[in-house]
Design a protein. Structure first.
Length: 255
């Protein structure tokens, strides 16, 4: 399973793209995701629950739920990932999710969501909040709620801990102690959940956070290195290049 750090960091984060013949392997990220099927049909697997979304259907995948997509014959799909601050009032969805990710809307609601989300490229923050709350209300209306699994609970704890502490030196032992797990058990659990070791994951998380700061906040490289938990600019440059094949300065110039 792939963990997408770039879809897990920041506030007021909103990205969307249209895919032809949409297929994506099993992956997970912190932020929720909404899709709209413009043409064809797509099979969606969310935490082991498989559904088919057809032309005109929406689907929402909540944060930290493993999911994948497979096109049946052909498809054209609009996909958006957005940070949780857009729907900050939806407290129930932190501990539960719906086994029915796919939902239909009445004509008026569907037209509103298409206009505000799919077709509008200059939508304001408040307009986005209104549209996304509308989508979430439709998701909840069709929901068959289920408690998140223990694996999901462990993943949430791990990701929250890393998000709160990645700017400081941390180890697997530190995290295990903070979360109340035995270190060897948590290490095995971590490898099973994220399909990589702790050090590799932390380095990728820090690099992705650094990319966000370099692009969106125009911060000096030495400040970014410190904010993202790299002990020195030299170490920052080394790890950044290992993960991206670019130095931070090259990344800025090409972006």
């Amino acid at each position: 399973m792939i963990y997408q750090t770039h879809n897990s960091i920041g506030n007021r984060y909103y990205q969307n793209i249209v895919y032809d013949n949409f297929n994506f392997v099993l992956h997970v990220h912190k932020f929720p995701e909404i899709i709209f099927v413009m043409e064809g049909e797509v099979q969606i697997n969310v935490a082991g629950e498989v559904q088919t979304a057809q032309k005109g259907d929406f689907a929402i995948v909540l944060g930290n739920l493993p999911h994948s997509y497979r096109t049946l014959n052909s498809s054209k799909v609009w996909v958006s990932v957005f940070s949780s601050d857009f729907i900050s009032g939806c407290e129930r969805l932190k501990t539960e999710y719906s086994t029915c990710s796919v939902f239909k809307c009445d004509d008026i609601t569907r037209a509103f969501l298409i206009k505000m989300l799919v077709e509008n490229h200059n939508v304001s923050y408040l307009e986005l909040k209104a549209a996304l709350y509308t989508a979430m209300s439709q998701y909840e209306k069709n929901a068959v709620f289920k408690r998140r699994s223990s694996d999901s609970g462990a993943m949430d704890k791990i990701l929250i801990y890393i998000a709160d502490n990645f700017s400081s030196p941390i180890t697997m032992s530190d995290m295990a102690k903070a979360l109340g797990y035995e270190a060897h058990y948590l290490s095995r659990k971590f490898n099973a959940l994220f399909n990589c070791g702790f050090s590799s994951f932390i380095n990728k998380y820090r690099v992705d956070a650094a990319k966000e700061m370099l692009l969106r906040q125009s911060m000096p490289i030495n400040t970014v290195a410190a904010c993202c938990g790299f002990g020195s600019v030299r170490n920052f440059n080394r790890v950044f290049k290992a993960k991206t094949d670019l130095t931070p300065r090259q990344f800025i110039k090409l972006s």
